[in-house]
Design a protein around this ligand. Structure first.
Ligand SMILES: [Zn+2]
Ligand SMILES: [Zn+2]
Length: 592
């Protein structure tokens, strides 16, 4: 029996079949499959809505509902994102949910050796003949919500689809759509009750701290019945105005000052957690909203003071808790880091570890999401040696029944350095499958994106992780650059490895540019530490850094301020541009 072929000597041997009633997602999936098969083989493929009338045995790649024509039993347990790829020789079937049908096509292309590394770097093999492989693949992701906020994914929504990211990036419905929040985070003040409008008449709406109601940087008093009534009204209004959203966040502002009025404090003491009054409040909102919005999930944060789980109340079935790892060390897995200074206090003064909080929330939640951190937000270029924790931490989330993960990343409008193209790729792979072959994906990326420099770049990454692991250095989300893994000796070692990398690609200008982009991290740490620790500032060197920074299209260096303010801070004895501001958020969103 001869081997079935998809293409033979630059001629198509199979037809792409879709149903006459194909969904827009199935049509787009067929177009994508056709485009890449043609790119690979140079053959011309066609998309048909009926099997060839002259030759019903003509082999087809049947997408979505068209698979019914091949006596493929259409499954109903794949959800929106799952898919099946099955060879039914001489045919092939790809079937999936609203996003799964697209993911199935990209999976098939990856089986053929295609790689979607970045929006501007795809690997597509050339092969004039392509055999039909024997495939029986079924993938349904554990995580229903998969998101990181690198700007590439917002700027190129099609790349998000290829990366199987389905969080709040603007993916059109025809391309599978995405899960979005009506209100995303820290919503008490901006969306529910602003003290500027309400404090004078109703100080009792706001949190009591040290016996006083706060007008500046308050939380809400969550046992006040009017606060509950107003919150329910506003949530209802927001959902009525935006029925497309599945999630809405009713969550604390981004500071502490939680209410310690007698009623709130009594509940939090009973619950052994300041999440006690919060979850009872959010449950009440969720219960009131449910009859009118049965498909909507009310989100809240377990963040800082509310991180430990309550001991009595469980989140309702239509409540989602997003547990935040902000205090954690990101150089050791959550399960093994021994830094006890990162524990969070309960109302009785005892403390708990992040991993304990994760396990506690997991036990009481139907739907638990995570907000995790993957860069240094004070100094985006600083090498962030979290390469060996991304996988074990994702495994810990999945093991503890987490259903959604947001990996907060460098969200600068101009993109980022510190190998974040690779980090984004690996995070996408882990969000889809926490058990994926992480090292193989890393090598795959490095050897194409950096070409011949790949092994030296791998050695640079290993030098960073070896340094923090062998010296047990803990690194947080917001640390300055004078870290013990960034001493002058360390920087010389890292530079030498990047020299080796650069030497491998001297004749390959695109890849050489990518290597030099990595080096911006080392250059940044050198000039920052010289300025801050040795009071040495060479304007020529500093200006050259900023010139190259911009030449790579990069913008912000710090999550919260413009690169101008960062530049100014560098010229003075100031660690961060935010130090010029009274409140760190005052510069507002990036304007380019
Ligand atoms: Zn209160
Ligand atoms: Zn640690």
């Amino acid at each position: 029996m001869s081997q079935s072929m998809i293409a033979k000597n630059q001629r198509a041997e199979m037809t792409i079949l879709i149903s006459a009633q194909a969904t827009p997602q199935e049509r787009n999936a067929a177009d994508e499959l056709l485009y890449y098969l043609e790119r690979m083989t140079g053959a011309c493929f066609s998309i048909e809505t009926h099997a060839c009338p002259d030759d019903p045995a003509q082999p087809v790649i049947a997408l979505g509902q068209a698979a019914a024509a091949l006596e493929f039993e259409l499954p109903d347990d794949l959800g929106d994102d799952g898919f099946i790829i099955r060879t039914m020789a001489p045919h092939l079937v790809i079937f999936g949910g609203i996003r799964g049908i697209l993911y199935g096509v990209y999976e098939l292309l990856e089986q053929f050796g295609c790689r979607f590394f970045t929006p501007l770097c795809e690997k597509v093999p050339n092969c004039l003949s392509l055999a039909l492989p024997q495939l029986d693949i079924r993938q349904v992701p554990v995580l229903e919500y998969r998101y990181h906020n690198y700007k590439d994914f917002t700027n190129y929504p099609m790349f998000s689809v290829k990366s199987r990211i389905n969080g709040p990036v603007p993916i059109p419905e025809d391309w599978g759509g995405h899960l979005s929040y009506a209100w995303f985070v820290h919503t008490f003040e901006p969306y529910i009750l602003n003290p500027a409008d309400f404090f004078d008449d109703h100080p009792e709406y706001f949190s009591m701290v040290d016996g006083k109601r706060l007008s500046e940087r308050p939380q809400l008093c969550l046992t006040n019945p009017d606060v509950l009534r107003i919150t329910i009204e506003k949530v209802g209004q927001a959902l009525t105005a935006h029925p497309e959203h599945r999630l809405i966040s009713v969550s604390q502002n981004d500071w502490d000052n939680h209410c310690t009025c007698p009623d709130c404090a009594r509940i939090d003491a009973e619950e052994k957690s300041s999440a006690g009054s919060l979850i009872r409040f959010v449950n009440a909102v969720a219960e009131a909203i449910e009859p009118d919005f049965p498909d909507v999930i009310i989100d809240t944060l377990a963040y800082q003071y509310s991180r430990p789980a309550p001991t009595i109340t469980r989140p309702r079935h239509n409540v989602c808790v997003r547990l935040c790892s902000i205090e954690s060390c990101f150089t050791h897995p959550f399960e093994t880091c021994d830094d006890t200074s990162r524990e969070v206090k309960r109302p009785d003064g005892s403390t708990s570890k992040f991993i304990t909080d994760l396990q506690d929330w997991s036990r009481i939640s139907d739907r638990l999401y995570i907000w995790d951190y993957t860069t240094c937000f004070a100094h985006y270029p600083m090498p962030f040696p979290n390469w060996n924790v991304l996988k074990p931490n994702m495994q810990a989330f999945v093991k503890n029944n987490v259903k959604g993960v947001f990996e907060q990343a460098c969200g600068a409008g101009g993109g980022s350095t510190d190998l974040n193209e690779l980090r984004a790729y690996l995070l996408s792979k882990l969000l889809w499958d926490a058990e994926c072959d992480y090292e193989a994906h890393m090598i795959d990326f490095l050897n194409y994106y950096y070409g011949a420099a790949g092994p030296a770049v791998r050695a640079y990454i290993r030098a960073l992780t070896d340094a923090v692991e062998s010296r047990n250095i803990h690194v947080g989300f917001n640390d300055p650059c004078d870290q013990p893994y960034l001493t002058p000796d360390d920087l010389n070692r890292y530079d030498a490895l990047l020299d080796q990398a650069a030497n491998q690609v001297r004749q390959d200008p695109i890849r050489l540019t990518r290597v030099e982009k990595i080096r911006l991290s080392i250059r940044w740490v050198r000039i920052k530490n010289r300025a801050m620790l040795e009071n040495r500032r060479d304007p020529a060197e500093i200006n050259a850094f900023f010139e190259d920074w911009k030449a790579h299209g990069l913008t912000r260096i710090d999550e919260w301020v413009s690169e101008k303010k960062t530049h100014k801070a560098l010229m003075r004895d100031v660690w961060r541009g935010t130090d010029f501001l009274e409140n760190w958020w005052e510069d507002g969103p990036e304007i380019r």
